[in-house]
Design a protein around this ligand. Sequence first.
Ligand code: DX5
Ligand code: ZN
Length: 220
Amino acid sequence: MSKPIISPSILSADFSDLWKAIHQINNSSAEWIHLDIMDGNFVPNISFGMPVIKSIRKLTDKVFDAHLMIEKPERYIHNFKLIGVDVLTVHYETQIHLHRTIDLIKKIGMKAGVAINPHTPVLLLKDIIQELDLVLIMSVNPGFSGQSFIEHTYRKIQETKELIQQTGSKALIEVDGGVHDKNAKKIIEAGADILVAASYIFHHENPLKAIDNLRNVTRN
Ligand code: DX5
Ligand code: ZN
């Protein structure tokens, strides 16, 4: 029984002690680190950017999973590659030429993902799904950690799984927002491969245990 990939988001970590958060992730069963990049335009919040990513790249070998909540992300694809990002995800809602953007991300050597907001139907991915390494389904409105999981996400995960199976796509399904130990099993059973969590992990008294709680969830 394969276990889900856990991608802790450092958005809920203590930014005055990022080393501690990275160290905890290094010692945990998480394989990825989720980096939430916000520009104050696409979402009503500003997080952190390239200098921070470049600095923490020196502290870990984990897969860097960057979630770009920025307008015109295609302007920065090369920069993200240069600072060591492995998986680069852009939002469907920011793109006019999504196919071109995905092509560029893959050509320069990263895995390419597309994120969809809670109001964006899965069906819109029909003509791009075969090009994707990852679909990120937002289970909250992007911009902040600590929000509640939106229930219709379970159906969207199932629809994405069906689309992947119908088309022979190799894309993995990542679910982001409001994930915790109580809903993880239902998310995995709906078809998710990767779980992102910020507040559940970094507000837990034992972040390593919290990561294990998510990691040890299996499909029936
Ligand atoms: C929201 C971000 C999420 C967020 C998740 O815009 O994309 O990755 O950090 O936070 P939690 O797990 O607290 O909902
Ligand atoms: Zn995210």
